[in-house]
Design a protein around this ligand. Structure first.
Ligand code: UT7
Length: 325
């Protein structure tokens, strides 16, 4: 028996940064950002806010939505690339904030594909009967690692968290298929040069902005749609389904042009593809669970629908999961 999603939740910080706000920070324009990315605004943390608190709120909503209490969770997985602290990560702070009993927890780092990877990991652990109820959260505080003087990256990102509770499902429901991939040769397309153990932070690295996210935008762009296309087809093959069986596709929300390219490659109707990046921007691992939670809450996705979630990101990693909700 695979895992089914029994509750979802999400959290977006209250503060918003519009394209007009960014025009005052760097040499850019609303027109350029909308045309090249599809993004109009994004949510960002206030300086005084703690990133893992987004996950605590999203997680609490998912647990409540599932009709459960925090003590019912027997494993916490937090997919994030930029934890509250490199050690011990984000998981302990989230577990404490949620009041989880003694459930084990760990951070899972798989670029923007983290939530998709996390769904496959949770499914495997539930199938193996190691755990019954997994709380999977995708969360990112990208504003804290964004170079706000770099117009090539600062217009793209936002902060947020999304969560899902998974438990054993019945026949033909829940996670029906998954396909995960990676290409290590492309590891530096997206990276943070300093602050890890290879190049610990020094006054020089901080002065050189090396503790911010660096990205080779066009390299990422070229790979994104083909990777998500392959992963989608392969996950559907594993599920024994084809695109005609799919009700909704939730792609990683990075750039509307990448999503349009994916729609053309898959040859699916655009109105079957869920997007929210216009008002949320790229929230990395949080993008898919936020979009999933919003679409479930507004009734777009209904019980019984077949949903493909597909992502790509730093690593590079990519993958897709097919779920009957
Ligand atoms: O989750 C995964 C993370 N990352 C991504 O998914 C990003 C994937 N990549 C992209 O979305 C796109 O490559 C970008 C949106 C980052 C850039 O779009 P692009 O169409 O590839 O633009 P470009 O990098 O080729 O730049 C075109 C021009 C350049 O000027 P010149 O050299 O032609 O004079 C840039 O300097 O646009 C300029 N530019 C900007 N202009 C105004 C770059 N950023 C900006 C900006 N505002 N914010």
């Amino acid at each position: 028996m695979g895992a089914r999603i029994v509750g979802t939740g999400s959290h977006l910080p209250e503060k918003q940064l519009t394209n007009a706000d960014l025009e005052r920070l760097v040499d850019t324009s609303d027109e350029w950002i909308v045309q090249r990315t599809g993004i109009r605004t994004r949510h960002v943390l206030e300086d005084c806010e703690i990133p893992s608190e987004m996950s605590v709120d999203a997680g609490a909503r998912a647990i409540e939505n599932a009709g459960l209490s925090p003590r019912d969770v027997d494993l916490l997985l937090i997919a994030t690339n930029f934890p509250d602290m490199i050690c011990p990560g984000s998981a302990p702070f989230i577990a404490e904030g949620l009041g989880l009993a003694e459930a084990p927890f760990f951070d899972l780092k798989a670029g923007c594909s983290g939530f998709v990877y996390g769904l496959a990991v949770a499914d495997g652990l539930i199938r193996s009967e190691l755990y019954q109820r997994v709380l999977l959260i995708g969360a990112e505080a990208l504003s804290r690692v964004t170079d706000w003087t770099d117009r090539q990256t600062c217009v793209l990102f936002g902060d947020g968290a999304g969560a899902a509770v998974l438990e054993p499902g019945g026949d033909d429901e829940g996670i029906l298929g998954a396909a995960l991939y990676a290409d290590a040769k492309k590891s530096l397309l997206l990276h943070m040069p300093s602050g890890g153990t290879r190049a610990p932070a020094t006054s020089e690295s901080v002065a050189g902005n090396d503790h911010f996210l660096k990205m080779e935008g066009s390299g990422v762009f070229r790979n994104a749609a083909p990777m998500m296309e392959k992963a989608t087809h392969d996950a559907l093959d594993v599920a024994g389904l084809d695109l005609g069986d799919v009700d909704w596709i939730i792609p990683h929300q990075a750039n509307v042009r990448i999503i349009d390219a994916l729609i053309r490659r898959l040859d699916v109707p655009a109105d079957r593809v869920i997007t929210n990046l216009e008002r949320v921007a790229n929230t990395s691992t949080a993008s898919i669970p936020i979009a999933l939670d919003e679409a479930l809450r507004d009734g777009t996705i209904r019980r019984g629908d077949v949903v493909v979630m597909t992502a790509f990101g730093a690593g590079v990693t990519y993958g897709a999961v097919v779920v009957r909700i």
